[in-house]
Design a protein around this ligand. Sequence first.
Ligand code: BG6
Length: 509
Amino acid sequence: MTDTAPNPLRDPRDKRLPRVAGPCVLVLFGVTGDLSRKKLLPAIYDLANRGLLPPGFSLVGFARRDWDHQDFRQIAYEAVKQHARTPFREDVWNHLSEGMHFVPGEFNDPGAFDALAMAVKELDTSRGTGGNYAFYLSIPPKFFSTVTEQLQRSGLAERSENSWRRVVIEKPFGHDLKSAQELNDIVHRVFPEESIFRIDHYLGKETVQNILALRFANTMFEPIWNRSYVDHVQITMAEDIGIGGRAGYYDGIGAARDVIQNHLLQLLALTAMEEPTSFSSEAVRAEKAKILSQVRLPDDLSLATARGQYAAGWQGGVKVSGYLEEEGIPQSSTTETYAAVKLEIDSRRWAGVPFYLRTGKRLSRRVTEVALVFQQAPHQPFSQTDTEELGQNALVMRVQPDEGITVRFGSKVPGTSMEIRDVNMDFAYGESFTESSPEAYERLILDVLIGDPPLFPRQEEVELSWRILDPVEEHWAERKKVEQYKSGGYGPDGADEMMARDGRVWRRL
Ligand code: BG6
């Protein structure tokens, strides 16, 4: 199947058939990294366990390690045992591991790429992988261009008429608009757009996909999804973890580039966009790009942004060190581990409705959610004392954990008075569906192998997101200083002050 051929498994008439990948090799660069161990290798096993990989499926690991195939299989085995979502089955593992190979090498070593080319050709013959290769670049962004060029030089990127090549690029795609454009040019010299899969794993999450289902498959939400009813929107991605062993990646990148440019702006786009003409990848991505192009930063960024860096503190009863004490972080680092920004959208639907985005590491708990906070009722027939405890209505899409949707509204407290207080009405995935949701990476890796692009941002979205973020980064770079916040808390005071200036408060974490 070529990249552009329609995929018969996507035909609506066949929607009850599972989507299964055809013959192929997946080459994983950066196989020794954290992401590969915790997410990618387990997701590949989970796909195999669900019967969604073809019989001859082959996985080739490439890294700068003196490993043989057996070492690679052992590392993958441990990763799968520890992190896979689905139960471990010996027969599935044995079958999968037979197709696992390792090629040692440096990214700038042409000889290693020649060896890789020979290895995958050999797999075409021995395992019937059909000359179809997906290259997954789970590597530091500074190596993206080197690896892409090596793939071209070694002939690995060259497809024939009956085979496909795809390249998967982990975020962040560039570190600003200019570098994203340069990287795009480099990748485009080797791969056509339809072969490029830019990963934003949030789009692979069921709860994120459900934003569109909630909005466009139902009647009751869309009529109030606009400036006439919504006071403001809060998009939160709070983490309780620190940077772990990722100092090399994280320092100099920071929270805004790490997750606002991609995950949070994608959540904003799905929440704010208009209904697409269809759910084809082009139509959905066009609507997302349209709304991102309407996003505007307030004029005074010192009033509309906040950032911070975690200091030592207590988390879950454990004393934890501050960012500057983490291994590999220079004492002088001003990289932010918390970022908040207020955005506005120049459209008829959203004019005057601020979107507040915040993310931070080492906060009191892990939660990702999108909350639409509604205006107060235009008139209250109840006395002020009766409604003292009444807040604003809210619709909260909980991405994780406790995946689901909560509607918050006022209700009469049982008793003789007319006291009204906030209550929650909950939909929880765990209670409504028996099947547990696939991990984001299961969905995305399968989509790559099938060649299904809707859940991958296209270049236009990436560039529009950098256009939004670049002025914020420049503003912060000029000021240098970064506020400290206590680990295990709610983030820097500056973020609360930013909301207070607008007469609002963040939702409690
Ligand atoms: C990644 C970021 O994209 O997302 C990490 O680079 C972050 O810093 C991670 O920890 C969070 O992912 P999830 O799926 O656990 O919310």
